[in-house]
Design a protein around this ligand. Sequence first.
Ligand code: FAD
Length: 392
Amino acid sequence: QVSQKYTGIVEDCCCDYETVNSINGEVLYPLLQELVTTPFFRYFKVKLWCDCPFWPNDGMCRLRDCSVCECPENEFPEPFKKPGILSAHLMCQEEKPEASVDRTVDNRAFRGWIVTDNPWTNDDETDNDEMTYVNLQLNPERYTGYTGPSARKIWDAVYSENCPKYSAGEICQEKKVLYKLISGLHSSISIHIAADYLLDEVTNQWGQNPKLMHDRILRYPDRVQNLYFTYLFVLRAVMKAANYLEQAEYNTGNNEEDLKSQSLIRQLVHNPKLQSSCPLPFDEAKLWQGQSGPELKQNIQKQFKNISALMDCVGCEKCRLWGKLQILGLGTALKILFSVDNNNHQGLPLQLQRNEVIALLNLLNRLSESIKVVHESGDMFVNSVDRQIVDA
Ligand code: FAD
């Protein structure tokens, strides 16, 4: 089992691997799986235009309208009823249907909450013509075939320009946190690719690709550790925002489903098992101490904003969708933990916009799925460690 290899406290967190696996499997995973199917949590507002601020578009972005549109016209909000956009079956990116976004949308589900910019992300959340409303359930994060220089350029930019891997003995805890958050998210994306892979293009057969899982994640203990770290970090943010999330309105006009969202959120944030076994998944109070704290925070905030802006350079529509959602989710966790004062003593009181809540909980769900996959492929991991030991 993976837990035999990973024992003790998750580095820089406050809970151990066994506890994470057990609370995830028994409590969080089942609750989150149900939560993300409710109308409130399954629609996400996103600008899918590819408008890369860092380098000229590399060709892939020009295919922005490349999607299979199967929704009846009357379900589209007015601004989207433009000539051209609804034209039947557009060629998909690189002719790969799995890379395109199905824009089926129910505009009743999206009611405007407050629109406040997130200090950690680059997105302008104001409603405008460029916003698309996406049903996440119809667009699972999975293998899309997006690879090669375009994908590599984004990850290289994320790592080398914004959060270079901290060297051994690196003392700046905050920089380490940023690197680990991104690496943990990267692990989760790779796990979803390997867990839902196009195994046979001719028969359109999808399934797990264990070799890819092993080659990209399981044979690198630090990538697995960073996944656990990111999960605990985001979980801490959700728990810290418990009262806000519990009192928020999950109103989509479907009373029964909205009550379900509310009840699932309550079960999640006030869960007795979670509170007794992992009451403080991550201790944010330790960060930004010392004289240089505020300046450091500003720098790291700028770096994270750059990462957020880089998502507009992702040349695959579905990857961009999930990249933007998950970076907004991380930005929301950072905002909850570092940019607001939950006790209302000083500073800004917590205020989240609807999209942030959706991104935060969908991100936690994705991380929870990844933790489950890694935990369940424990045997493969043991083999990989054994192989490394033998190789050494
Ligand atoms: P990559 O995953 O591209 O990794 C590049 C390099 O980063 C590696 O060589 C390694 O040195 C380092 N690295 C890898 N993992 C980690 C880690 N966890 N921590 C630290 N360093 C690491 N493809 C899809 O099929 N579906 C998607 O939904 C999808 N979403 C994407 C979203 C974003 C934002 C981006 C940038 C790319 C996405 N891709 C997606 C592409 C995918 O992530 C890979 O880039 C692609 O599959 C090629 O993989 P690779 O083996 O070259 O390594």
